[in-house]
Ligand binder design. Structure first.
Ligand SMILES: Cc1ncc(COP(=O)(O)O)c(C=O)c1O
Length: 417
């Protein structure tokens, strides 16, 4: 009997998700032993100090006040214009780059990244990202018959690895018409690293040089999923200004999402936002990405768009939004500070964390170490080259003492970091 009838490109695909698998084991443990006994460091959404999912209060209030029509009506294919204007404004803040800026509503940052890859690379192309990356990038590339290629994000001393970046970009530009590069900064998932303004300058200068005078293009997908919890509101956005005045064959596309910024994760709303000096390229961006929207999800979630519109048109609500985000940024920072201080004290190495939802402990045999930790009711996510801890979801009380537990498990597994 036939065991597969899938098309050739789909055969053998399955989403083995280490995060979901660890989360499922954790849920089982909680059911058996109670939440107090278990540390769940797998969840990539913010949990408050009581372990409950954070929904920003201003979002809760605004969502609850929507009319049935706002909730159920179809939206235009590219999204409501008020939403697109608000998304551009919320994304860039005071650091709006110069140039033609256009946006299309997408189902979260995922939809934005997928569509950028789909419309700016060809089947068989390699798409470049960092070796520490959010696992879904690989699914997005492979599902679209592209190949994900990694460069090393960090040097030995924990700064951006220009050598690896430049080598990989040079090779890709030599062999492809378009090179799509996905950079998740600030607050990289899973490391918490972010490029400094000087590092951004050097990255962009190199990209200019790499395609100068060539019929080649670079599409820089700037994944800013954790932007609103990465630092002071305007300071963490300063790098966006550098996306203006680039040559026309380098186009930043910002993958903006309301998942974390508005705690609207499951409502599936984001935007892809382009910056280009050429109006024709901006028009093409709208045309081709609207086409893909129509061909896939059609139109984005009206209720999430209206929630965003209603908040951003009211200065009092914006002030509440900013204040709540700042409070939760502080909550995550305090947790990360505890972990980093204790890690330093017990000799546990971690990757350079600046901000964001995750801290990574670089190790080999992460699976083995995570198994040992799970016996202690501690659930973290094993990655290829490390272990990911979600500081967004572990309370200060539970994070206290955790570094020593991880160190002990690494020693017990006989691993030297
Ligand atoms: C690095 C990164 N980019 C993008 C996303 C996109 O999420 P969403 O599609 O919910 O906006 C996530 C979510 O976990 C992420 O970790």
């Amino acid at each position: 009997m036939a065991t597969s009838i899938a098309a050739k490109h789909a055969k053998g695909k399955f989403a083995a998700d280490a995060i979901m698998a660890a989360a499922a084991r954790c849920t089982e443990d909680i059911e058996k032993n109670g939440a107090a006994a278990v540390i769940n460091g797998t969840v990539g959404s913010m949990m408050n100090e009581n372990g409950d999912l954070v929904v920003l209060q201003v979002v809760k209030d605004t969502f609850a006040a929507l009319t049935p029509e706002q909730i159920v009506a179809y939206a235009p294919i590219p999204g409501f214009q008020e939403f697109l204007d608000a998304a551009i404004d919320q994304c860039f803040g005071a650091s709006r780059p110069d140039g033609f800026i256009r946006a299309i509503a997408t189902p979260g940052g995922s939809g934005a990244i997928h569509t950028a890859v789909h419309n700016y690379s060809d089947p068989g192309d390699e798409v470049l990202t960092t070796d520490w990356y959010w696992g879904a990038y690989r699914n997005i590339a492979r599902d679209d018959n592209r190949i994900l290629r990694e460069f090393e994000l960090l040097t030995e001393d924990g700064t951006f690895n220009f050598q690896s970046f430049e080598k990989n970009v040079t090779e890709l530009v030599a062999k492809q018409y378009n090179t799509v590069i996905i950079l998740n900064s600030p607050a990289n998932n899973p490391t918490g690293y972010g490029l400094s303004l000087e590092e951004w300058d050097r990255v962009l200068d190199f990209l200019k040089q790499a395609v100068a005078g060539k019929d080649k293009n670079i599409i820089l997908v700037s994944d800013v999923a954790y932007l609103d919890y990465s630092g002071e509101k305007e300071e963490c956005r300063q790098f966006f200004k550098k996306f203006g005045n680039l040559p026309a064959n380098i186009m930043p596309i910002v993958a903006y999402t309301c998942s974390k910024s508005f705690t609207l994760y499951g409502q599936r709303l984001g935007a892809m936002i382009c910056v280009t000096p050429e109006e024709a390229i901006a028009d093409e961006f709208m045309a081709i990405n609207k086409y893909t929207a129509r061909a896939t999800w059609s139109n984005a979630n009206s209720s999430a768009m209206w929630t965003m519109i209603e908040i951003t048109k009211d200065p009092d609500k914006v002030a509440r939004l900013d204040q709540e985000r700042a409070m939760y940024f502080q909550m995550i920072k305090e947790r990360a500070d505890i972990f980093m201080e204790e890690a330093a004290a017990c000799g546990l190495k971690i990757l350079p964390y600046i901000s964001g939802f995750f801290i990574t402990i670089p190790v080999t045999h992460a699976d083995k170490i995570c198994d040992i930790l799970e016996q202690e009711h501690v659930y973290l996510v094993p990655l290829k080259k490390g272990i990911r801890l979600a500081v967004c979801s572990v309370s200060k009380q539970k994070i206290t003492g955790l570094a020593a537990k991880v160190k002990k498990a690494i020693d017990a597994a006989g691993i030297v970091q």
